[in-house]
Write a protein that binds this ligand. Structure first.
Ligand SMILES: *Cc1c(COP(=O)(O)O)cnc(C)c1O
Length: 378
């Protein structure tokens, strides 16, 4: 089954009992047992729910994995995965991972005795150099946020295999439509499905996929024990969103490519970060390991004042956090998503005050270009 077909026919198609072509929303918490302990696969909806199960099978199919698990948010998914580890375990984590991931590691899991080292995962030597006796896993994102740095998943997977470490890849930015980390050697894929998978700014959700059945069982044990599960209505919204994933991702990407090329031609714009540009440092790796470059662009307009002026002038780019939905969004990472990182550290990472991040939507690209033209004119 090819990818666009899988978005529609993957997982569970419709309802065998009625012929409904959409999976029903099983808005239910408990299930009748024929006798004590005798049931039809479902006993309580924290443990399992048919609508959630359909979504879990769908994401497993899309990521070429064995087991999918759905959570109430991306952070619930990531926190459940991190609960695989124990006091004294050491994790190597990308230095520009999502702010919420950074926060839960540094303020929750480290308090429980886990050790974290942040490195630039786009440099495999830094990952290798950070490994200790107690290291258990590497957690990374590619491309990263907001500078779209690309990490070679295969290279990091090779290092992990040598040292028996789990490789966890947050695949939120590209989705399984463009990139399949499990095929490149990762053990666990996590998603904030709030972003492209949902795609319509109407649901908060997280997904996890693994290719190893035993690891899947351990994660299901944690999902059921911790309880951060996705409700059936939100699971249904995600299934609906994923049906058009291919259409949307192709449009996000062709719009983003046009805008990135247009920005690069302008003399009043500094660096433009988009892995689809041939001179992006991660372009070759991105071209090798992914089928597309996604819809996220960052660019530097020189100063915080100018960035603020541009944000106040755009009409179709909504000033908001988040990303990956049909509507275009615009933000200034230094003052929004990355404000909690100390200024000095931000400067080291290259997240300047004049850096603008776009989540390019699926509107007509001519309208988006006109909007940016008007906003950038001084
Ligand atoms: C948004 C995001 C998360 C967190 O997901 P929520 O659904 O907001 O909890 C994790 N990773 C990345 C890359 C994200 O963009």
């Amino acid at each position: 089954m090819r990818l666009d077909t899988k978005c529609i026919h993957g997982g569970v198609f419709g309802d065998p009992h009625t012929g409904a072509v959409s999976v029903p929303i099983y808005q239910v918490s408990t299930y009748k047992q024929e006798g004590i302990g005798r049931h039809r696969g479902y006993e309580y909806s924290r443990t399992g729910n048919p609508t959630r199960a359909a979504l879990e099978q769908l994401i497993a199919d899309l990521e070429n994995g064995k087991r999918g698990l759905a959570f109430a948010s991306g952070m619930a998914a990531i926190s459940t995965v991190l609960s695989l580890f124990s006091r004294g375990d050491h994790l190597i984590v990308g230095d520009d991972v999502y702010g919420g991931t950074y926060r839960v590691l540094s303020h929750v899991f480290s308090r429980m005795g886990m050790d974290i080292t942040h490195v630039d995962t786009s440099d495999p030597d830094q990952v290798r150099g950070a490994i200790r006796e107690t290291t258990r896993a590497v957690l990374m994102e590619t491309p990263s946020n907001p500078l779209l740095k690309v990490t070679d998943i295969r290279k990091i997977a090779d290092i992990c295999r040598e040292r028996d470490l789990l490789l966890i890849v947050d695949n939120t930015f590209l989705t399984p439509y463009w990139q399949n980390p499990l095929d490149l050697g990762a053990d666990i894929v996590v998603h904030s499905a709030t972003k492209y998978l949902g795609g319509h700014s109407d649901v908060v959700a997280g997904l996890v996929v693994v290719k190893d059945e035993e690891l899947g069982e351990r994660l299901h044990f944690l999902q059921n024990s911790i309880g951060g599960v996705l409700g059936p209505s939100d699971a249904w919204l995600l299934i609906r969103g994923i049906k058009t994933l291919g259409l949307r991702m192709r449009q996000h990407e062709s719009n983003a490519r046009r805008i990135a090329e247009w920005l690069r031609e302008r003399s009043d714009v500094g660096a433009v970060y988009y892995p689809g540009l041939p001179d992006h440092p991660g372009h070759d790796t991105a071209s090798r390991q992914a089928r597309g470059y996604g819809g996220m662009i960052s660019f530097d307009v020189g100063s915080g004042e100018r960035a603020e002026r541009i944000l106040s002038r755009v009409r179709y780019f909504t000033l908001a956090e988040s990303l990956g939905a049909v509507e275009s969004l615009i933000s200034v990472p230094a003052r929004m998503t990355h404000a909690s990182i100390p200024a000095k550290r931000r400067a080291e990472l290259g997240i300047t005050d004049g850096l603008i991040r776009l989540s390019v939507g699926v509107e007509d690209v001519e309208d988006l270009l006109e909007d940016l033209e008007r906003a950038l004119a001084d």
